[in-house]
Design a protein around this ligand. Sequence first.
Ligand SMILES: Cc1cc2nc3c(=O)[nH]c(=O)nc-3n(C[C@H](O)[C@H](O)[C@H](O)COP(=O)(O)OP(=O)(O)OC[C@H]3O[C@@H](n4cnc5c(N)ncnc54)[C@H](O)[C@@H]3O)c2cc1C
Length: 507
Amino acid sequence: MMTKTIIIGSGFAGAVVADQLVNAGIQVTLLERGPWRDTVPVRSMGITDRTPFPRGRQMWGATFRSLRHRWLGKKGLLLNPRGLLEMFIDKHLSTVCSSSVGGGSHIYSGVFRYPQVDHFWDGFCEDISDASMKRHYENVLRKFDAVEPAADLKIPHTAAERFGPGDPVQGPSKTPPTWLGFLFPEEVGSPRKIMTAEGIERWELDYDDRDGHGFLGAPNGAKTTVDFLYLAPLLNKGLELRDLCEATRIVENPVGNEARYRVDYFDHKTGETVSLYSDNVILAAGTMNTLSLLLRSRDIDGTLQGMPQLGKRLGGNGDFFAFWDYNEVGRNLSTGLPFHGGFQLKDENFPLVLGGGGWPAADKYPFPRFIKERVKRGAFTSSMGPDAMDGTVGIRDGKLHIDFNPDNSPIYAQTAATFRRMSEVTGKKIFHPKSPITVHALGGACMDRDIERGVVGSNGEVYGHQGLFIADGSVFPRMPGGPPTLTIAAWAERLGMRLAERLRGTP
Ligand SMILES: Cc1cc2nc3c(=O)[nH]c(=O)nc-3n(C[C@H](O)[C@H](O)[C@H](O)COP(=O)(O)OP(=O)(O)OC[C@H]3O[C@@H](n4cnc5c(N)ncnc54)[C@H](O)[C@@H]3O)c2cc1C
């Protein structure tokens, strides 16, 4: 019996795989634990059950979906199934991800880069290399219509605009190829509402938009998100997308059914637990949730076996989030793009490039005016670079634990030292937590040549589990040391293309 292929998660990875499969005529059910977001594009799609981004008085309850910490019980603390963000908090590494139809595309800063290390894909499996991945990167950039930053875009708050020749800070001495996932206006300052070829409405980017384009979502659709870019056209081609449906367990060889897998999920709308059966299941829940689902299924429920390397080689991509009390009178950093580009100390002893952006949609916070004004002048800042990738994620006493020692990775101490020096020379304090917070947890189910070294092979299929695939950044064999999403989407495209060929029996 031909079963529908199941995809878990509708972020970059899930949407790109769905695109490959559905366009190849394969029937797909996509489970997404988050809701559709209330944006101009999603309205124009005719979706009625939409959830606004956290704004105004709803902000307190709408920002966080869930918190995961070993003290918060076996499943963590679910605060609001329609909330936007999720945090996995542990002693030496904490991570942030999100929950929506469209996943992290609603909260990303829109920056696409190749891996910042050489030979990212080379040397692990014979049939995958940097060279063979090139066309997938290019396909993704083309699909996003991603734009290279240039002077005529008049992007505000860049280092060139903020720092002069006499300042101790400058723009980065070298900038790697960068693309931005926004719809830039034909005429800066006069944004128009447009309709895409697929009949989706969205606004061109307005740098002065007080409702934000950053990590609290872009309601006007100027940020390119995968819900309307990839998923909307698939809904007309038979994609079955179940929002607010959270996969809780994967069962191999389920009793009483010929399918290879059963996926149990909790429907947050009805409060019911439902089972789906399929020969092919693709995990695209983002690194931490993919690892959590596999580990829970194997180590708590006992419904999956094997995967000796599962949970090993986790990294934080050298990412270290901090708050910069920038406070330059007259400069509202909450406007413009979410990412204002890189900047660097002129001091050769501190060569790290920091990046950052303003606090998005600050005008919509439920704070007194004077606090809002101060928030608008603040910024977040961070750096990235390859870390030792020597963390582990596992289950102990029925709870998820992240074990990670930032002291093994010089990048974290270098970043902390750069933060300190930057504070000293600019007189504007940077506050950072003792242990890193990353928005780029990667690895833990790494691609490698055999089951002794990795969890998946070059097709993304889990060793020893035919038909079980991983499409997200948990498969990364190295830390990219830069924004990972382009690489995740490229991998997902390759996986989807190959699986479609297999399922259709065509090369
Ligand atoms: C503030 C911020 C800014 C960022 N900026 C950038 C940037 O500029 N450039 C860049 O490259 N990267 C950026 N990132 C990282 C980027 O968001 C992630 O790399 C990317 O979203 C990962 O894609 P993914 O498909 O693997 O996972 P996600 O996009 O996280 O998608 C996973 C989806 O799976 C769903 N899900 C999880 N568990 C389940 C379950 N059990 N059942 C059903 N559904 C489930 C989630 O709700 C989510 O929608 C940023 C991240 C943050 C937090």
